[in-house]
Design a protein around this ligand. Structure first.
Ligand code: CO8
Length: 260
């Protein structure tokens, strides 16, 4: 597939997907979202990819939302299709077997904030701004914001952001738990890759299973979630990584995981 609105590279186990419409602050239009959806299928099946990083091109924005120019004249049916495309794509992202880190290099608004929330971990530059300004445009969030924001930061805090449409700066987003870490722009990619490399050093099967267990558990009740955890915990005892990880600890050496 030829990509026109995304950049994609895989280097030493880390896939970097870059939203690449800097002239429109990486606003998410139909072309970009369709490309992202197809690309995620390739990433999901690519055994070389251990961790995924999503970022935006340019210095200003991660993504300033869904493309308002494209949405302005949509009919109700087109709006529904658009919402479905966004939701399905972000859910596909959330359900990728590999961990996904958002490297938030600037504005993450509306669909941009929703995209960051569909990632597993968020690292943001100090000047990044977050928000769900949809109500200022006369629409509710439509790419998962009403669902993922309260799950991430709690109902009261989420409702304040969702109902006022106000933007918050990265340090406040950190305080609310919307971002994991705040760094300087110069350090963003290095810090994000460092975290990716730390994850890659761990048992790959255990990492992927842990991610899946957290997401499964968040969608269900505690008893069902715990039952799932017990199953996958047991399953890991069929892996070489479990043998190697425990042997390495007892032999006081670093584990050499093979992902088998
Ligand atoms: N869509 C389209 N174009 C955009 C968008 C956007 N979301 N954001 C910025 N741009 C464009 C601007 O129009 C401008 O283009 P041009 O140079 O041709 O005039 C260019 O990017 C640069 O932007 P600004 O000149 O506005 O830059 P500023 O530094 O002055 O302001 C802001 C930066 C504050 C980020 C400002 O651009 C802004 O407020 N953007 C819109 C933010 C917003 O409201 N986002 C939410 C969009 S709605 C949404 O995401 C809903 C998702 C789910 C929909 C589901 C429907 C079913």
């Amino acid at each position: 597939m030829e990509l026109t609105s995304l950049l994609y590279e895989v280097d030493q186990g880390i896939a970097v997907i870059t939203l690449n419409r800097p002239q429109a602050l990486n606003a998410l239009n139909g072309t970009l979202m369709r490309e992202l959806s197809i690309l995620l299928d390739e990433v999901a099946g690519n055994k070389m990819v251990k961790v995924v990083i999503i970022t935006g091109s340019g210095e200003k924005a991660f993504a300033a939302g869904a493309d308002i120019a494209e949405m302005q004249t949509m009919t109700a049916l087109e709006g529904r299709e658009w919402g479905k495309l966004g939701q399905e794509t972000f859910t596909k992202l959330e359900k990728l077997p590999q961990p996904v880190i958002a490297a938030v290099n600037g504005f993450a608004l509306g669909g941009g904030c929703e995209l960051a929330m569909a990632c597993d971990i968020r690292i943001a530059v100090d000047k990044a701004k977050f928000g769900q300004p949809e109500v200022s445009l006369g629409i509710p969030p439509g790419f998962g914001g009403t669902q993922r924001l309260p799950r991430l930061i709690g109902r009261g805090r989420a409702l304040e952001l969702l109902l006022t449409g106000d933007m918050i700066a990265a340090p406040e987003a950190f305080r609310l738990g919307l971002v994991n870490r705040v760094v300087s722009p110069a350090d963003l990619m290095a810090e994000t890759k460092k975290m990716a490399q730390t994850i890659m050093k761990r048992g790959n099967i255990a990492v992927n299973i842990t991610k899946a267990a957290v997401h499964r558990g968040m969608e269900t009740d505690l008893v069902t979630g715990l039952a799932y955890e017990a199953e996958v915990f047991g399953l890991c005892f069929a892996t070489q990584d479990q043998r190697e990880g425990m042997a390495a600890f007892l032999e006081k050496r670093k584990a050499d995981f093979t992902g088998k």
